[in-house]
Design a protein around this ligand. Structure first.
Ligand SMILES: *Cc1c(COP(=O)(O)O)cnc(C)c1O
Length: 414
């Protein structure tokens, strides 16, 4: 390979383990099923604690299998450092827990993953204020900013109605106002979009979804892009104001989120996620192809009243999505006409699985108002544009003909 050229996305993921030497030439980073690490000399153990000797002390904070996955995520997101967590929720929770304090204020997208919404509500009870705004419009984000605002939180494509946040302009706004800009990239994955391109400070990924891809392990990650000026951020404790200032925030996040709060990723899960991540680009391309075909098929059927997908020209953020994302994603939602009972429709599907989760290799369908958005209540659902008949589809890698046949069968019997 020409030394002057950076290896491509998939090459980097597949070979990154070997770029740090692995015992016996092993192709995968082994699963280090260990809690602690022993040292020949006391001074080395002491050095690990004091940050003067490279090494591992206790797996709640770092484990070599998890570190290998963190290096892959740095490459995927073009970040300078990544911290992995036991779940995506633990990653988001740790950001707020580690970096904000009582009286601080968050501006968050109104169109939010249900559990993140619930998590932010819990932080409100702990004295952190949250204002939810329609983040498809940067002006509404700007209006919500107060002197106490520290952080702006958005998702790339919102679940389930597929709204796309006004991410470039929100990035410019956050830079101008010195706010931490957190972008949850779960729905797009770093293959379709890299939030560093819109000036994100911290990038969240639920590894459970596309990055792992196989629906067999939970995990989350926060990647530092190096763009935020942590020297001007009061909430960094004096002990983390050391070394490269671009790493102060992530240093504190690792200590508070992992060491203190204990939201660690298990090495066995890290191994599953690392193996899964090797095919991220291949899977996503196939999933996006399948999605386009399915959406086209459903749009043409008069038993489908509405379809929501950023790839559709009538989608309100179609132009933005086309500019920002390599492909418009592999999630869509739709409503059936009143004559077709959505539960009966779903019950007739044989290939598509009635299930929560997304980003699996298998195509999954769920009636959202009755399940993942049930707890929010009818009023909040209505404000998020979630109709009772709305069905969300997370498209998998099956042969597209089988998927179309399955939808056809389920619709025809109605
Ligand atoms: C699933 C999801 C999460 C949470 O991830 P878990 O790994 O399930 O905890 C966060 N954000 C988005 C957008 C998600 O889809």
């Amino acid at each position: 390979m020409d030394d002057s050229r950076e290896p491509g996305f998939t090459t980097s993921i597949v070979h990154s383990d070997r770029w740090d030497p692995i015992e016996h030439g092993s192709m995968h980073k082994p699963v280090h099923s260990t809690v602690a690490y022993g040292y020949e000399e006391t001074k080395d153990l002491v050095g690990v604690f004091q940050g003067t000797h490279a090494g591992y002390a206790y797996s709640r904070q770092v484990n070599p299998t998890v570190t290998a996955l963190e290096r892959k995520l740095d490459r995927m997101e073009r970040g300078i450092a990544t911290v992995c967590f036991g779940t995506g929720m633990a990653a988001i929770g740790s950001i707020v827990f580690s970096l904000l304090r009582r009286g601080d204020h968050i501006v968050s997208s109104w169109f939010l993953f249900g559990n993140t919404n619930s998590l932010f509500r819990s932080f409100e009870a702990q004295g952190i204020e949250v204002t939810f705004v329609d983040a498809t419009d940067v002006d509404l984000v700007a209006e919500a900013i107060r002197p106490e605002t520290r952080l702006v939180f958005v998702e790339t494509i919102a679940n389930p109605r597929t709204q796309v946040s006004d991410m470039e302009r929100i990035g410019a706004l956050c830079r101008e106002r010195g706010l931490i800009y957190v972008v949850d990239n779960t729905m797009t994955s770093p293959w379709l979009f890299q939030p560093v391109d819109v000036d994100a400070s911290l990038i969240v990924n639920s590894l459970t979804k596309y990055i792992g891809g196989h629906g067999n392990a939970l995990g989350g990650a926060v990647t530092e892009t190096g763009l935020f000026d942590w020297t001007a951020f009061d909430n960094i404790y004096p002990e983390y104001r050391t070394g490269d200032p671009r790493r102060w925030g992530i240093q504190q996040l690792r200590k508070k989120g992992l060491r203190d709060f204990g939201a660690a990723l298990a090495p066995e899960a890290a191994h599953h996620l690392a193996v899964g991540s090797e095919t991220l680009a291949l899977r996503m391309e196939r999933q996006c192809d399948n999605t386009v075909a399915l959406v086209q098929y459903l749009e043409a059927d008069d038993r489908v009243s509405k379809a929501y997908y950023p790839g559709l020209p009538e989608h309100p953020q179609h132009a933005l999505a086309s500019r920002l994302f390599r492909r418009p994603g592999a999630i869509f939602s739709f409503e059936l006409i009143d004559d077709v009972d959505p539960f009966a429709f779903l019950d007739r599907m044989n290939v598509v699985v009635r299930s929560t989760n997304l980003g699996d290799n298998r195509t999954l369908a769920i009636p959202v108002a009755h399940t993942i958005y049930f707890e929010l209540g009818a009023e909040r659902r209505a404000s998020m544009g979630i109709a009772d008949s709305l069905i969300r589809i997370s498209v998998g890698i099956e042969d597209v003909g089988d998927l179309i046949d399955d939808f056809e069968r389920a619709l025809a019997a109605g």
